[in-house]
Design a protein around this ligand. Structure first.
Ligand code: AMP
Ligand code: ZN
Length: 278
């Protein structure tokens, strides 16, 4: 693994896409996995003003180990860390919420978890006065999402694609940035292993059976014949993204009547879920 080359590529994504500048306060959403750990490490190494935020999902030993790893990483790299608990914030563990809500709505279990995490992460980053929120999304994640939206026949669902999300100013929405946007998952894994970061490499224990898993395997198989396939998918999506975003900008971003967070509907998806567990 050529770590220098990898680091240069990440810096190129940051600078080339104008992701952030050194005066900003960046909150890195750290799950304890290789991607967000690498993101936090590199932003710190490049001299950005970062802090970290971790959500404890209370999924037994999996969550305990992830939280310990995030704490170790932040301590080693002198990154201030803010930990929040899904149980304290929503009153229940994620497993309970997924079970109860999953049986009452069309949402898949991983979708429920994703909606609640994004909702909480945005809210907390804003309350902590961050100007940017960095996540560990990589090229594989983005190519999978693009393909899944295409298969669903709804490219509008990919409005949050791109290395920078939230291009129009909104006081409630913290602009999200993805410094690993053009990095293949395999390269991130190799970098993280070479750097001996304290991370778990297994996937979330609940992910088995997820549709994304099938798309991942499919793309990895196709990549053997065309090594640029993931990059090509993402770049094609990027070409139509300005048009998709223009539609949302025209309609304006609304705010959830229940929680006040940014939403495309009267009641945001997170509140629709929260109402089911009250
Ligand atoms: P995922 O939806 O699991 O692919 O995660 C996408 C991104 O969300 C990760 O790269 C992290 O930046 C962030 N993230 C996921 N889980 C957590 C968590 N428990 N706490 C904080 N950030 C998280
Ligand atoms: Zn809401």
């Amino acid at each position: 693994m050529n770590t220098e080359k990898f680091e240069k590529a990440v810096l190129k994504t940051i600078k080339g896409n104008n992701l952030l500048d050194k005066r900003e306060k960046v909150m890195v959403a750290m799950s304890g996995g290789k991607d967000s750990t690498t993101t936090a490490y590199l932003l710190k190494k490049f001299g950005y003003n970062i802090e970290a935020l971790h959500i404890n999902l209370h999924m037994g030993k999996w969550s305990e180990d992830n939280m310990e790893n995030v704490k170790t990483m932040c301590k080693q790299n002198k990154i201030p860390l803010h930990v929040f608990s899904i149980k304290s914030e929503l009153g229940n563990t994620i497993c309970y919420i997924k079970q109860v809500v999953g049986s009452q709505t069309k949402y898949k279990q991983c979708t429920i978890c994703g909606i609640l995490r994004r909702w909480l992460i945005n809210k907390k980053a804003r309350q902590l006065k961050a100007t940017k929120l960095a996540t560990g999304h990589n090229l594989d994640d983005e190519a999978q999402t693009a393909l899944m939206n295409l298969f669903k026949g709804n490219m509008m669902l990919g409005i949050n694609s791109g290395p920078k999300v939230g291009l129009f100013e909104d006081k409630m929405f913290v602009t999200r940035i993805k410094p690993l946007y053009y990095c293949k998952e395999d390269d991130v894994r190799k970098y993280s292993q070479t750097m001996k970061f304290p991370v778990l490499y297994q996937r979330c224990p609940c992910v088995i059976g997820a549709y994304r898993h099938e798309v991942r395997n499919y793309l990895n198989a196709l990549e053997k014949k065309n090594p640029h396939i993931k990059e090509n998918i993402v770049k094609s999506y990027m070409k139509i993204l300005p048009e998709l975003r223009a539609v949302v900008e025209q309609n304006g971003l609304r705010y959830c009547k229940e929680c006040g967070e940014p939403s495309r509907n009267d009641i945001c998806k997170a509140c629709q879920i929260r109402m089911k567990i009250r």
